[in-house]
Design a protein around this ligand. Structure first.
Ligand SMILES: [Mg+2]
Length: 240
């Protein structure tokens, strides 16, 4: 018999806990994990390009090629360099306009789920684990959009066995925020698996939840990210 896929194994482990009446949870990061948010930046940059083309003529480079996702990087300056926009003042101007739009409820509806993500989260949910969407997005600007975006793609949200945990304050560092939630999550039962695109968060969370299976989703991560220091599976999407 062929070996069980690590993603399928998580579902089986959850089922086993549920059968024995033991609470379990699975942690899903959102940006770069459940969702590919390059599309958010693509649409935002096109909007900025069309609005400010006269003021910043270099922006016309974006309009024609905004739909080539391979040009979009974690770092906005790198993305702009791919469109031959390298002037400091231009980058600064575009960054300000981009930030206003990127961290906002409406624009999260422009994200696209990774392949297989919805079906996989459904399977985990049906198996009986609490789905914890753990994200560095802040509630002030992004809670409504986060909820709506999950709902629009059919992810379980707002029902039994689901929760969204976001930052109260945008300026809290992602790592600090995630550590603060750890003790709470521990009380919810066994954390069976963790899905993240940032190696740093995997290192940190695995330390607190040694029994969990960790999955690094290979989308994008911070340019200065550390190496993975713990055992984890690397996946491109949620299909198996
Ligand atoms: Mg992320």
């Amino acid at each position: 018999m062929s070996e069980i896929h690590p993603l399928a194994n998580v579902v089986e482990r959850v089922k086993e806990y549920t059968k024995n009446n033991i609470s379990s949870s699975v942690i899903f990061d959102l940006d770069g994990t459940v969702f590919d948010n390059r599309t958010r930046t693509a649409f935002i940059l096109r909007e900025i390009a069309e609005k400010f083309e006269k003021k910043v003529p270099a922006l016309k480079n974006i309009v024609d090629r905004f739909n080539d996702l391979s040009l979009f990087r974690y770092d906005l300056s790198e993305t702009l360099a791919n469109f031959d926009i390298t002037g400091e003042l231009e980058i600064e101007f575009i960054r300000k306009e981009w930030e206003k739009r990127f961290f906002a409820d409406n624009s999260q509806l422009l994200d696209v789920p990774l392949s297989g993500a919805k079906r996989y989260v459904d399977r985990i949910h049906a198996a009986g684990a609490t789905i914890i969407y753990l994200t560095g997005r802040d509630i002030e600007r992004m809670l409504v959009g986060t909820t709506e975006s999950l709902r629009q793609f059919g992810f379980p949200v707002g029902i039994i066995g689901t929760m969204i945990i976001q930052k109260q304050d945008f300026n809290e560092s992602d790592e600090f925020f995630k550590v603060n939630t750890v003790n709470y999550i521990k009380r919810l039962g066994k954390v069976v698996a963790i899905f993240e695109n940032e190696p740093n968060n995997i290192n940190l969370l695995k330390h607190h939840f040694p029994e969990s299976d960790c999955f690094l989703v290979k989308t994008q991560h911070r340019p200065d990210a550390p190496n993975l220091e713990v055992d984890s599976f690397e996946i491109d999407n949620f299909r198996y």
